[in-house]
Design a protein around this ligand. Sequence first.
Ligand code: NAP
Ligand code: G4F
Length: 343
Amino acid sequence: MAKKRALITGITGQDGAYLAKLLLDKGYEVFGAARRASEMNVSKLQDVGAYEGIEYVSLELQEITNIFRAIEKIRPDEIYNLAAQSFVGASFEMPLFTSDVTALGPLRILEAIRQIDRSIKFYQASSSEMYGKVQAVPQNENTPFYPRSPYAVAKLYGHWITVNYRESYDIFACSGILFNHESPLRGLEFVTRKITHSAVRIKEGLQKELCLGNLDAKRDWGYAAEYVEAMWRMLQAPAPADYVVATGQTHSVRDFVDAAFAHLGMELSWSGSGTEEVGTDKASGKVIVRVDPKFFRPSEVDMLLGDNTKARTELNWSPATTFTELVGLMIEHDKKVLAHNGI
Ligand code: NAP
Ligand code: G4F
């Protein structure tokens, strides 16, 4: 039997690496789409051992012509659209760029599928950020959306255009509403990896303080390597649908900081409040965590908590890694990186 062919956009990102590895292990022919750059960042693909097995294709989501060319040439069975301007904070500074890539990017791919071959299955990387100012707790597939950033508004467009092309043109298109998922491959701009990377450096005396924004924000954090399995399962289901993928547990940024330092054998005491809050290392009496207003967002998502019942029952998917294990594996990775690179 011929191998299935999958095209993954955003191949250089966290999820791109884990999904590529998963599909290669399942015997797929994997085509990885990355935007042309002077040097493509392949470190995450190398970390998971997927770099060699992928055929690379140059693809910019803002440019419809190269999307058509890539799909015509590859004729994939499945397309996973993971590419996006994915950092919420940056979307306030780059709302137009974010909209073009993150909202219109999936439309361009769907339109290419519509015109080239409607049997191509499509996965859209939607986000729990779409719930924003949450209208119910926990959030499931029927919870109304209330986006709070240009990123979330753009993702909401991507979600609805996916639903619309499914309903209008009978395309097997799924929207995965994924809650935050982290890993050692997470970019340093996201709060979890910023914390683990800094905590290890502080422990080793290479950094004095970790400066953060809103410590009270709560997120449903899972392990990325497990979440890509849910993406694949959506495209193997008997019929296309939308699914929440989450752990069903929520923790604050402050909880994450505590867990990271606890894994390193350090305990913090917290004092002050709001922008004056600091975390002090109990053993040394030194302030090692400080709130800095520059990391606050113009509008915040206070709390996310997902209800994964549909994914559990219809896809037989469930998360395995706990919050404490996730923090631990990220810290252990950053310890290795530090020991290896010395920075
Ligand atoms: P990520 O690590 O930030 O990766 C984003 C990818 O998109 C990178 O490969 C990036 O390429 C690519 N990209 C950005 N702009 C592009 C453009 N104009 N044209 C083509 N490619 C472009 O994100 P991730 O954590 O893997 O997340 C994957 C997807 O899931 C994203 O769409 C994200 O918004 C969504 N999502 C993530 C989470 C989460 O918690 N991780 C939760 C819900 C939804 P470069 O290397 O060239 O920058
Ligand atoms: O790690 P974050 O930047 O992730 P955020 O905004 O939740 O977005 C991530 O998850 C979404 C799924 O819900 C994805 F769609 C999206 O692509 C991305 O992967 O921030 C988490 C929380 C926020 O409330 C933020 O205000 O942490 C708070 N925070 C506090 N201090 C900080 C910081 N965030 C960052 N990035 N840096 C800080 O210093």
